[in-house]
Write a protein that binds this ligand. Structure first.
Ligand SMILES: Cc1ncc(COP(=O)(O)O)c(C=O)c1O
Length: 388
């Protein structure tokens, strides 16, 4: 059997030398656990695909409208992993997911309209809605660092407003790590149906789901549900390809597609040929690598849960069901500034500031997709600053 160790050779010096945002934004004495990049080495197939493009001088323009290989690779990966084989003809290629989200907000709502999110939420959802002149309608999770439940009563009330036509769903949910159960998704779908909402379902975290939980693509709940759903996903979270700029949209009906396509093609950005090739290689040949990464992530998840329980007893934390993000609630410590700002100064670790996720400065998001050695050092530093 092929043995894959995604942490092999990954040292702090090697990570700093990669020049990515994660390891260069803060000083050399800071350990970063913020942006959702993993510290692991890339799958061999991805490295070969990128090297092939350079060796063959194959970096010319691509044809965004003709991405049969990409759409087939996407559909087959989703079929193998999630039991859903969307028709490759229902796909469109995007430069990135957030751009797809912005295009959908622009195309499926009007200025001044409400757009529903489940806060606290990945910050570009909030900034995207605001910058396009729409209103954030926050159907907040019930106790994001505890139960993390969907507030269906709240959703019913908010969705009843005729000026609210669109919902941005994020499942698995960033930052809570919730993987929504079928009954929760059906509850959301029933309200979307009753209130005629279009749903943009961000499923970029679809694969990063731990044992005992299962990702259910929203569009698989039924043909009526699919007909109001645009699913957005990519290989970026599962395969550590955040910088390559390639994502896909899957349209649940021709009319959704027609409305999306009515916008100028350039408005939704041009994907990158390297990104397309890397993504195809990942989805076609990356399964063994990904399974090895999941084993490491799950071990890290357990390490972190034990650490918070034993060393940070006043921090509230719900072990994530999916994602490699930990949503830590420091409210009981009564810190004099946001938790992330406090930890940056006193622990020299860089976490994402909960304030950016909407009214949650007492929380901080920790990315645990790193080597056991680095994770352990991050934990020790936090314990020295605020624990025991
Ligand atoms: C929920 C969610 N959506 C989208 C993205 C980013 O996607 P992209 O880089 O393709 O815009 C992320 C990245 O972490 C994310 O967590």
């Amino acid at each position: 059997m092929l043995v894959v160790d995604p942490s092999a050779g990954v040292t702090e010096a090697a990570l700093r030398a990669r020049l990515g945002a994660k390891w260069t934004k803060y000083g050399a004495d800071v350990l970063p656990a913020w942006v959702a990049d993993m510290d692991f080495t890339l799958p061999e197939a991805v490295r070969r695909a990128v090297a092939w493009s350079a060796e063959h001088s194959a970096l010319g323009y691509d044809r965004p409208e003709d991405q049969t290989d990409l759409f087939r690779a996407a559909s087959q990966w989703i079929a193998r992993r999630h039991g859903w084989e969307p028709d490759p003809a229902s796909f469109a290629v995007l430069a990135d997911l957030v751009q797809g989200m912005l295009v959908a907000i622009h195309g499926f709502s009007d200025p001044g309209d409400g757009v529903i999110v489940q806060g606290p939420i990945y910050p570009p959802f909030l900034t995207g809605i605001e910058v396009l002149g729409r209103r954030v309608v926050d159907n907040r999770l019930i106790d994001a660092s505890g139960a993390g439940a969907i507030d269906l009563d709240g959703l019913r009330r908010l969705a009843a407003d005729p000026r609210t036509k669109l919902m941005l769903l994020c499942n698995p949910h960033n930052p809570s790590g919730r993987v929504l159960r079928r009954d929760e998704l059906e509850g959301i779908a029933a309200i979307a149906e009753a209130c005629d909402l279009t749903v943009v379902s961000d499923e970029v975290w679809m694969d990063v789901v731990y044992p005992g939980h299962r990702h259910i693509p929203f569009a698989t709940l039924g043909t009526q549900v699919a007909a109001r759903t645009i699913t957005l996903t990519s290989a970026t979270k599962s395969f550590n390809l955040g910088g390559v700029r390639c994502a896909v949209a899957i349209f649940g009906s021709p009319s959704l597609r027609a409305r999306f396509d009515a916008l100028p093609a350039r408005f939704r950005g041009g994907p990158n040929v390297l990104g397309i090739r890397a993504t195809v290689a990942a989805w076609r040949e990356g399964g063994v690598w990904f399974d090895a990464v999941m084993r490491q992530l799950d071990a890290n998840r357990q390490t972190l849960a034990a650490f918070v329980r034993d060393r940070l007893p006043r921090v509230r934390y719900r072990t994530p069901e999916g994602t490699y993000l930990a949503w830590l609630d420091f409210e009981a410590l009564g810190l004099d500034r946001t938790a992330a700002a406090y930890l940056l100064e006193h622990a020299r670790v860089a976490l994402n500031d909960g304030a950016d996720f909407g009214r949650a400065g007492h929380c901080a998001r920790l990315n645990f997709a790193t080597t056991p050695a680095i994770l352990s050092e991050i934990c020790e530093r936090i314990a020295r600053a605020v624990g025991r």
